[in-house]
Design a protein around this ligand. Structure first.
Ligand code: AMP
Length: 112
């Protein structure tokens, strides 16, 4: 998608602080972090949201890469949260599916 913000990050047209790259996924730090660790994990291929997702492996890889990053950054034991906002009412603002990885502070439940 030419004008998709996250597709542009995947192509290197917009700078981002990358934390991991695989054949299928890219992970980078959120520009407006909500926790000491706040990383976005996205598929390289454009999918607008979970509503349009059809590839189980593609979506599953987001979670596995998030777990690997959480381990690497020292949060596997203490805990972390992964969140996928889907649709405007859930707070989705960028319509390229992405998984938020949050850690490093107490995360309350239920979320706001
Ligand atoms: P959501 O609201 O679930 O769609 O999440 C979108 C996230 O993208 C927000 O947490 C934003 O802070 C983040 N974001 C927007 N633009 C950028 C950017 N250029 N680099 C990194 N994160 C971004």
């Amino acid at each position: 998608m030419d004008d998709c913000l996250f597709c542009r990050i995947v192509r290197g047209e917009i700078p981002a602080t990358l934390v991991a790259e695989t054949d299928d996924c890219v992970a980078f730090r959120d520009v407006n972090p909500q926790a000491p660790l706040h990383v976005l994990v996205i598929p390289r291929a454009h999918v607008a949201s979970l509503n349009e997702a059809a590839d189980a492996a593609q979506i599953g890889k987001l979670s596995l890469l998030a777990a690997e990053i959480a381990r690497r950054e020292g949060h596997a034991e203490s805990g972390y949260r992964t969140v996928v906002n889907t649709g405007a009412a859930a707070g989705q603002t960028v319509f390229h599916v992405h998984l938020h990885l949050l850690a490093g502070r107490e995360l309350r439940w239920p979320p706001g």
